[in-house]
Design a protein around this ligand. Sequence first.
Ligand code: SF4
Ligand code: SF3
Length: 555
Amino acid sequence: MSMFCYQCQETSRNLGCTMQGVCGKKDTLCHLMDLLIYGLKGLAWVSTKLHEYGKYYPEDSLFVMQGLFRTITNANWDEKAIELVIGEAIELRDKRFAELDALYIAKHGKPCPLPPPEAVTFHVKPEEYQSFGDKVGVLRTENEDVRSLRETIIYGIKGISAYGDHAAMLGYFDDDVNKFVMEGMAATLDDNKTAEELTALVIKTGEHAVKVMAKLDEANTKTYGNPEPTHVNIGVRSNPGILVSGHDLKDFEELLKQSEGSGVDIYTHSEMLPANYYPAFKKYKHFAGNYGSSWWHQLEDFENFNGPILMTTNCIVPLRKEQTYLNRFFTTGMTGYPGAKHIPDRQPGKEKDFSELIALAKTCQPPKELETGEIVGGFGHATVLSLADKVIEAVKAGAIKRFVVMAGCDGRMPSRKYFTEVAEKLPKDTIILTAGCAKYRYIKLPLGDIGGIPRVLDAGQCNDSYSLAVIALKLKEAFGLDDVNKLPLSFDLAWYEQKAVAVLLALLSLGFKNIQLGPTLPGFLSPNVAKVIVDTFGLHQTTNPDDDIRAMLAG
Ligand code: SF4
Ligand code: SF3
């Protein structure tokens, strides 16, 4: 075994990647990420103690969130970039520890006697990062149930971190979330925490996932307006283009602004599709629509696009030898890829500089047409709730029998055709509520409408699963129910990376029961932890479309 990682749905044999990631992650990158997380835990431990002295630094929370965001599956492949952040994490941790020590001395007249965990004190030179990182990864926790609970908390916090970072880029943050990120990470170092305490922290992680998604929803809608029902072009125009993937709307906005009038068109890819639904972006005439499909189709999509590609977040698929687009492949924010150009962070009061992409685009061929037609989406909570009377009437009249939430991630496993089949086989009087890149399994199918309400209502990105929860909770009120689980609503979720873990924990914390999750239950849930979650929440794995549909329709 040269590494260990079991954070995503594609983990080898649903047990763990031990030689190289199924995603392509090498052991060297895995060790660096393990070391970065370990250093961030140390900083989080110090921060939590500082909170007890009334010292709270929101910027430190953002630093930890950004560090964790880089370790999400398929976000950052650049070992040099990770090494740099490890150094910064140790430096910041030491600075804060000195501050903590001074506060302790001022209060008690002697140095802080707490024997801090090694994570708070270690020092290694860059040439030792590999060997040290190898020792501080997931398997450092020997007991498999404790390990499972700790990692569930960490993966949930990784998802929270990604969403927290997007909100922060728009100037929004939540102090409770910021503090929880530190407390949650620090708790995973504490050998005295019981399984019960760690389980309670898993639920707390879900509660903070709700808070951060609410904050991001506020940030997005206050900045760009409420998503509106939109017909998105999936064909191409005749100008050269820039393709933007990932989840960061601020990057997208700045690129749109800077490329206006340049003769270059802008297209969204994968999780950037929902940018098409925001009123603020519709005024740009050179915003041409969406190109291609979900993340794992990118080798083909990017090859065919012909123009520059900007990755604002995960998911980046490692390029194969035959790929020719590395010279037009750009990363920004928390993403990185060796050999790709990284667009630096914005300086205070300034925008990022995308001029290099725009200049390059002008020299490129227009995108090759992959398909024609449109995707319909933009059904966030504001739109759906404005239709609430119509929806409630349709339910009462029996025209809508059931809502099925099919949000989450897409992935490359063939077994995921299950989700396409479910969408196709669901009776015509059901509505699919979706968010995240899972939608690409069925969003282009002609599934029709019910009295003018499309049968697939896309709320947006994976974080917009929050919108779906808001809709469910409002419908519960409108129907006068005392329990959200009494609604004609089922969950058939697809997961892949750690943001989906945050979304799942959020839904569990909101009281949604009997969620169906696939194509597998997380490999990081030990048998005992899985049993607790199954018994408490009724969470279960997807089986086959026919049986699952039957079960969902039975309620
Ligand atoms: Fe394996 Fe997933 Fe980890 Fe990649 S991210 S190494 S596929 S578990
Ligand atoms: Fe997709 Fe990577 Fe998760 Fe935001 S882009 S949902 S997998």
